[in-house]
Design a protein around this ligand. Structure first.
Ligand SMILES: O=C[C@H](O)[C@H](O)[C@H](O)COP(=O)(O)O
Length: 227
């Protein structure tokens, strides 16, 4: 049990989400510190006899899932997932999300798209009135990143190339990330369409209509929001 209050909220939201996983399900495994609690909890259920297969959304989650004994498969073999449980950097009252703080947005969005029920788990601080205090990650092909950055600059989105030590951060798919400021943007659907249409933009961390359930840890309890 976590002793850090924010981490404890992540943990109890994660434990609550495990109730949605039933025998025989194909489960999408999210990425990040909140999803890691869920993966560990699922590992304990598997050790007690629950039969599921997981599809990880990142190399880090794959490593953790193997460590805790969750049988894994690929999206190709699973074809469609029953449930995916993942974290978020922000969510609003319309179940819209910013994701990708940990760089896993691309595979996460692919899993979400191929899943029947997407559940987001989060600590209470992730709930916002308006998305955008957290910078929106935009995943870009390395070759195009400088030219995309110029375009995003012209759109007044203040792109910043994500770094790790003194090198550009590289995603599991070998791409770069530009973090942009969308706080003043009202129409996120139009923005997302514009971003995706720039050649070399692979995906954005805006998840506008994938989520139907959000489980929030608040102190020592959880609240479950359903669309
Ligand atoms: O790329 C990472 C994912 O989108 C995470 O789910 C997101 O950044 C939330 O991470 P955490 O649970 O660590 O706050």
């Amino acid at each position: 049990m976590s002793s850090n209050p924010k981490d404890r909220e992540k943990e109890i939201a994660a434990l609550e989400s495990l109730k949605y996983i039933k025998d025989g399900m194909k489960v999408g495994l999210g990425t990040g510190s909140t999803a890691a609690h869920m993966v560990k909890g699922l590992g304990r259920l598997v050790a007690n006899g629950l039969q599921v297969v997981g599809v990880p959304s990142s190399d880090a989650t794959e490593t953790l899932a193997i460590e805790v004994g969750i049988p894994l498969t690929t999206l190709d073999k699973a074809k469609r997932l029953d449930v995916t449980i993942d974290g978020a950097d922000e969510f609003d009252g319309n179940f819209q999300l910013i994701k990708g703080g940990g760089g896993a947005l691309l595979r996460e969005k692919i899993l979400a798209y191929n899943t029947d029920i997407n559940i987001i788990i989060a600590d209470a601080a992730k709930q916002v009135e308006r998305l955008g205090k957290f910078k929106l990650p935009v995943e870009t092909i390395q070759f195009a990143t400088t030219s995309i950055s110029k375009i995003l600059e012209e759109m007044s989105l203040s792109p910043i190339l994500r770094m790790k030590a003194d090198q550009p951060y590289t995603t599991d798919e070998g791409n770069f990330i530009l973090d942009i400021d969308i706080f003043d943007v009202d129409d996120l659907t139009t923005l997302n369409t514009k971003l995706i249409s720039i050649p070399g933009v692979v995906e954005t961390g805006l998840f506008l209509d994938t989520t139907s359930i959000v489980i929030v840890g608040q102190g020592e309890t959880t609240k479950t929001l359903k669309k």
